[in-house]
Design a protein around this ligand. Structure first.
Ligand code: ZN
Length: 111
């Protein structure tokens, strides 16, 4: 199993993984694998499958965050009297923060 040094912490890391197991930093080899396979669905080696699963879960989280955001907004604007709009506001805020967090995570892995 070929090893490479992590750019961030210098830990010996397998070239097949997409992120350093010691510090979680993205690995160069993974990003090149991801770039070359971005449109295809080859998935021959483990690193690509791992990257794809991560991207999939991030996409899923993004959808969930948007749903939470819409749910919160609809609660704010359609909340009947007595129903605390604070809950809707909290959902909106939570969804927004979540969405931004997912966006940053996506950007971090792709950048
Ligand atoms: Zn590291």
């Amino acid at each position: 199993m070929p090893l490479t040094k992590c750019d961030d912490c210098g830990h010996d890391v397998s070239t097949r993984v997409s992120a350093c197991p010691a510090c979680g930093g993205p690995m160069d080899n993974a990003s090149s694998v991801q770039a070359s396979n971005s449109a295809g669905n080859k998935g021959k080696d483990g690193s690509y499958v791992t990257t794809q699963m991560t991207a999939k879960s991030l996409k899923l989280q993004q959808v969930a965050a948007i749903l939470l955001l819409i749910f919160g907004l609809s609660m704010v604007f359609t909340s009947p009297e007595g129903n605390s709009p604070a809950i809707g506001g909290l959902c909106t805020l939570g969804g927004l923060v979540w969405l931004i967090g997912v966006r940053i995570a996506t950007w971090w892995r792709h950048g």
